[in-house]
Design a protein around this ligand. Structure first.
Ligand code: NAI
Length: 384
C-alpha cells in the first residue's frame, strides 16, 4: 500500500513512522526542505533509540527508514491509496492543498485530514469527489498514542469509512468512529478535567498542587490537571477550549477561564517556557499539596462527575457509541478507566446527585445533568 503524508511537522512525521512501521510505502511531502531534513534526522534518532533498547533490529529500523521518501513535489503522491494531511490548521490552505491533490491522485485514493479543530465536512466540500474524504485524528506522539478517531464527513461513503478504519486498525491502532462534531470525542469530553479544576482553584476550594495530588493519588490519573495543562502549554490548551466553546454556540459547559488566558498572555506557557502554574526553574520552590483525604475525595468526585456527565452527553447526542467513548478516553488521554464504565461502577443515581448538588449550588448551565444519565439513573440501569 502506498500512503502519502502531507506536512512533516510533529504529527506528519509521526504518522509517516506509523505507516512505514506497518509496511506501507510512504511519501512524506512538505513545502519546506528544511522541515523534511529535520524530520528525516529525527526519525533516524528515534530508530537508533529503539534499536538500542532492543525494540527493533537494525534491519527493521533500516527498512522503516527506507520505506519513507521525502519530497517537495506534490506530484509524488501519484499512485497513493491513502493520503493523510497534517499541515497548518487553516481551512483555506488545506482546501488549496486538497484541490491540487485531487488532480494528481486516482479516483480511488482516499483523502484524509488529521485536523483537530476544523469540520471534516467543510474540508470535504472543496473536493470534486467529497465522498472520498474522511477525518483520521491521531494523538501526539502518533507512534506512541494508540488512539485514532475516525470521522466521516456528512459526504463520506460507507465504503471509504470501512476501508479507512480497516487500514488504520491494521496499523495496530485503536480506532473509534466519531460523528463530525467539535472536538470529536477526546477534546470535547476532556474539557471538564481542566475547567472544573481551574474553577475550584479560582474559588479557593483548593490550591493547584492539592488538586493535582488528589487527581493522581485518589483519582488514579497519570497527571494532575495543572501539571497536564503546563505540559500541553497554556496557549494550546486555551485555544482548544475556546474553539470548542465557540463551536458549540457558546454553551456554558465549555466556557474558557480568564486564569488560563492570563497565563498565556504573560507568556507563562508551562514547561516549554519554564513557568506555568508551576515554576520549572532550577531550585524553584513549588507549593506542597494539602493531603486531606476528605478534600481530596471532594475534588475527585466533582471532576470525575463532570467528566462522566460530558461522556454521557456525548452518547446522548449520538456522537459515538458507549464503547468507543470509553476506548477513546483510555487510549487518547490515558484515563485510568473508561468514564461510562466508571459511572456504572459508582452508580448512576450517585453521579446524578453530584451534578444536581452542583447545579443547586451554582445555577450554572455547566452543571446541567445529561438527560441520558438522569433517565438511566432513574431506571437503575447502566451504560455498558
Ligand atoms: P507542525 O507545525 O508541527 O507541522 C506542520 C507542517 O506543515 C510544517 O512542517 C510545515 O512546513 C508544513 N506545511 C505548512 N503548510 C503547508 C503546505 N501548504 N503544504 C505542505 N506543507 C505545509 O503542525 P502539527 O502540530 O504537526 O499539526 C498538523 C495538523 O495536525 C494540524 O491540522 C493539527 O490540528 C493536527 N493535530 C495536531 C496535534 C498536535 O498535538 N500537535 C494533535 C492532533 C492533530
Amino acid at each position: 500500500m502506498k500512503v502519502g503524508v502531507i506536512g512533516c511537522g510533529t504529527m506528519g512525521s509521526g504518522i509517516a513512522q506509523v505507516a512505514s512501521t506497518a509496511n506501507c510505502q510512504v511519501v512524506l511531502y512538505d513545502l519546506s526542505e528544511d522541515a523534511l531534513v529535520k524530520s528525516e534526522n529525527s526519525l533516524a534518532k528515534v530508530m537508533g533509540r529503539l534499536v538500542e533498547k532492543g525494540r527493533l533490529t537494525d534491519e527493521s529500523a533500516l527498512a522503516i527508514k527506507n520505506r519513507i521518501t521525502y519530497s517537495t513535489a506534490l506530484d509524488d503522491m501519484k499512485g497513493a491509496n491513502l493520503v493523510i494531511e497534517a499541515i497548518v490548521e487553516n481551512l483555506e490552505v488545506k482546501h488549496k492543498v486538497f484541490q491540487s491533490l485531487e488532480a494528481i491522485v486516482s479516483d480511488e485514493c482516499i483523502l484524509a485530514s488529521n485536523t483537530s479543530s476544523l469540520s471534516i465536512t467543510s474540508l470535504a466540500a472543496c473536493l470534486q469527489k467529497p465522498e472520498r474524504f474522511i477525518g483520521v485524528h491521531f494523538f501526539n506522539p502518533a507512534p506512541l498514542m494508540k488512539l485514532v478517531e475516525i470521522i466521516p464527513a456528512v459526504q463520506t461513503s460507507a465504503e471509504v469509512l470501512q476501508k479507512t478504519q480497516e487500514t488504520i486498525d491494521s496499523w495496530k491502532k485503536v480506532t473509534v468512529k466519531v460523528k463530525d462534531t467539535p472536538g470529536f470525542i477526546v477534546n470535547k469530553v476532556a474539557r471538564p478535567f481542566y475547567s472544573e479544576a481551574i474553577k475550584m482553584y479560582e474559588e479557593g476550594t483548593a490550591d493547584f498542587a492539592t488538586i493535582d495530588w488528589a487527581m493522581k493519588e485518589i483519582g488514579g490519573f497519570r497527571m494532575g490537571p495543572f501539571e497536564l495543562m503546563d505540559f500541553i502549554g497554556h496557549d494550546v490548551n486555551y485555544v482548544v477550549t475556546e474553539t470548542v466553546f465557540k463551536a458549540f454556540y457558546y454553551d456554558g459547559r465549555y466556557k474558557p477561564s480568564f486564569t488560563q488566558k492570563r497565563l498565556s498572555e504573560a507568556g507563562y506557557l508551562g514547561r516549554k517556557s519554564g513557568r506555568g502554574f508551576y515554576n520549572y526553574a532550577e531550585g524553584a520552590i513549588n507549593p506542597e499539596p494539602t493531603t486531606d483525604p476528605v478534600l481530596g475525595d471532594y475534588i475527585v468526585d466533582r471532576i470525575v462527575a463532570m467528566l462522566i456527565n460530558e461522556a454521557a452527553d456525548t452518547l446522548h447526542v449520538n456522537i459515538a457509541s458507549a464503547k468507543d467513548i470509553d476506548l477513546a478516553m483510555q487510549n487518547g488521554v490515558n484515563y485510568p478507566k473508561g468514564l461510562l464504565a466508571w459511572a456504572d461502577e459508582k452508580g448512576l443515581p450517585y453521579c446524578v446527585s453530584v451534578m444536581d448538588e452542583l447545579f443547586d449550588e451554582y445555577h450554572e448551565e455547566r452543571y446541567r445533568c445529561s438527560p441520558i444519565l438522569r433517565k438511566l439513573g432513574k431506571n437503575n440501569a447502566t451504560f455498558l
